[in-house]
Design a protein around this ligand. Structure first.
Ligand code: CP3
Length: 343
């Protein structure tokens, strides 16, 4: 157990070669994923089918031998478990019922009601903890409250998270109550993933970059701190990765402020900046631009080497700066893994 590379990096060890996994590693760029998804029927049926969800989690591990396997599920299952309607429009993305004021919030369920919907996810984790290769780390995850709230308020992805900002700025009490409910549900959801066998958990705050000043402290930092403290109270050795995407200066001090063992870095900041300002506080994860998985070639090799070399003097987990896209070439992923392990 103690020898798994990702766990060693998360404990602060500087390794000669960084362990590697990839955001959205189980996804549409892989023909075997598309085949299993077709068998499941649709994306949500795949998420709630433990055997098939475990199968798609395993696919990139078989193909590339990543050091970590991320549970196959979605951050929007928590809103669904809280009573929001959720569906996916092919080619467009998620749609949910919206929450525009206190009456929308009142209709939601409580943190104790979520397991009826989410128990198949815990079964997926159990299957994976039995079937993954013994040197592969099993990573559970959830969306961070702000990011989940942006979808629950708007009912869809938005370019500027405008509807969530509007609710936050016009009815802060309702917005804060929504954040608190998601925070509490997320603690219970992640605790169940850990009990089922997740060895690490990651919090995805994909829209953290649109929070500034006190809002960043209140809605990105504070909920992450609350979740991490609650989980560590129950599981003292559990490592946590936080991903406040596009936080910019907000990355500085994020380890200390939230208690995260690792901060994942997107590719809007340079590895030099992140090494000097963030890695000094603990493990970092990142940050190759996903487009290299589409374009490949010498640029991929050079940028991969540059990232490995720049983070070499501290704890580092190699990853992309955001999820791999469906138009990526599976051969480029193999080239990235090969380059990381040869640098
Ligand atoms: O392999 C993995 O990374 C694990 C599974 C995973 C998925 N989504 C599967 C998925 C994880 C960790 C997520 C996180 C997630 N989901 C985030 C945070 C990370 C990020 O990308 O910023 C967000 C914002 C979501 C919400 C979500 N799910 C959106 C906006 C979409 C549509 C956009 C898209 O890429 O199609 C999804 C769908 C989704 N989640 C897919 C996958 C593999 C594609 C669905 C399909 O098969 O059609």
């Amino acid at each position: 157990m103690a020898d798994k590379l990702i766990l060693r990096a998360l404990r602060g060890e500087t390794l000669p070669t960084p362990p590697i996994w990839m955001m959205r590693q189980a996804g549409r760029y892989l023909p075997e994923y598309r085949a299993t998804r077709a068998k499941a029927g649709d994306f949500l049926s795949l998420c709630y089918n433990p055997e098939l969800a475990a199968e798609v989690t395993m696919q990139p591990i078989r193909r590339y031998g990543f050091d970590g396997a991320i549970l196959f599920a979605d951050i929007l299952l928590v809103p669904q478990a809280l009573g929001a309607d959720l569906w996916f429009v092919t080619g467009e993305g998620p749609r949910l019922s919206t929450i525009t004021g206190p009456e929308g919030l009142r209709k939601l369920k409580t943190k104790d009601d979520i397991h009826t919907t989410l128990s198949p996810i815990y079964d997926t984790v159990r299957i994976l903890s039995e079937t993954l290769p013994k040197d592969t780390t099993l990573i559970g995850f959830a969306g961070a409250p702000w990011t989940v709230a942006t979808y629950m308020v708007a009912g869809r992805g938005t370019p500027d998270q405008g509807p969530a900002h509007l609710l936050k700025d016009t009815d802060r009490a309702t917005f804060t109550a929504l954040i608190d409910l998601i925070t509490e549900a997320t603690i219970e959801y992640l605790a169940c993933q850990v009990e089922a066998g997740a060895e690490v958990v990651k919090l995805f705050d994909s829209w953290a970059g649109s929070l500034k000043g006190q809002d960043f402290e209140d809605f990105a930092v504070a909920p992450a701190l609350r979740i991490i403290q609650a989980l560590k109270a129950r599981f003292p050795d559990l490592p946590v990765i936080a991903f406040p995407r596009e936080a910019g200066d907000g990355y500085i001090g994020f380890h200390q402020k939230t208690g995260a063992d690792c901060v994942a870095i997107d590719n809007s900041v340079s590895p030099q900046w992140a090494a000097a300002n963030v890695q000094t506080a603990g493990c970092v994860q990142g940050n190759l631009a996903s487009r290299h998985m589409v374009t490949g070639g010498q640029a991929l090799v050079e940028e991969t080497r540059h990232i490995v070399e720049t983070f070499r003097n501290g704890p580092h987990i190699f990853n992309l700066g955001h999820g791999i896209t469906p138009d990526a070439d599976p051969e480029n992923v193999a080239l990235m893994v090969e380059t990381v392990r040869a640098t």
